[in-house]
Design a protein around this ligand. Structure first.
Ligand code: DC
Length: 223
């Protein structure tokens, strides 16, 4: 099986670029952030504080999370309900970032991610895919862009979905989330030693996809 790991900070365009590249290659695109978002959403719904690790851990056994793929599109199923849309709010983003720093949560989601890559060619995006989940991936990419550019993309996305936010708010949330994700003790966001760094600041979507495809093809040729 071929595995391509794409890690990087929030708003670097990982999901858009990885989805488009997966389509071209005929691989499955797996957005692992959606799993952490589903756990965060569940805790919010149950009124469990996402800063109370013991309470979050106690809740995990009651939680059923899975991914299904329909026409190449990933759907996140939480306790039998498709929550793919519901997980895309700023509140769930922050809750996901908080629960993702907890070891029991990472352990809980680990096998699910590994198992998908055992039976499919995948492009998997997240924060620790190249370092922890799929260290054996044939291609590892660390995708990034400047803070302002990443916040600008997120801001546009949220406005298009009809959510009322200010650019400053989005930039502040994004920096806070970057800080949490890269300073946590367990599986912090950092480039794998053997990853290729791709900075998409100033790139259009098409240019970013092309760049990623070039890196993937070049790396796979070397194998
Ligand atoms: O990629 P995203 O913004 O949907 O991810 C939501 C949160 O989940 C993010 O703040 C960090 C966390 N996450 C993680 O810790 N590890 C992953 N592999 C993917 C996401």
């Amino acid at each position: 099986m071929i595995a391509i790991a794409i890690d990087g900070p929030a708003g670097a365009g990982k999901s858009t670029v990885a989805r488009a590249a997966a389509k071209q290659l005929g691989y499955i695109y797996v957005d692992t952030g959606a799993l952490y978002r589903a756990v965060g959403l569940h805790m919010l719904k149950k009124g469990i504080s996402v800063s109370d690790e013991a309470a979050v851990e106690r809740e995990l056994p009651t939680l059923e999370v899975s991914l299904t793929f329909c026409d190449g599109e990933q759907h996140v199923i939480l306790c039998g309900k498709d929550v793919s849309k519901e997980i895309r709010t700023p509140q769930v983003s922050m809750a996901a970032s908080a629960v993702s720093a907890m070891k029991p949560v990472r352990r809980f989601l680990f096998d699910l991610q590994k198992d998908i890559a055992k039976t499919n060619h995948v492009i998997m995006d997240g924060r620790d895919i190249g370092t922890v989940v799929l260290p054996e991936a044939q291609v590892k990419i660390f995708l990034t862009a400047s803070d302002e550019e990443r916040a600008g993309r997120r801001y546009k996305e949220l406005l298009e979905k009809g959510q009322q936010v200010s650019f400053e708010e989005v930039l502040k949330d994004l920096r806070e989330r970057d800080y949490n994700d890269s300073h946590r003790e367990t599986a912090p966001l950092k480039p794998a030693e053997d990853s290729v760094l791709v900075d998409t600041t100033g790139f259009s979507l098409e240019e970013s996809v092309q760049k990623i495809l070039d890196v993937i093809r070049c790396k796979l040729q070397d194998k």
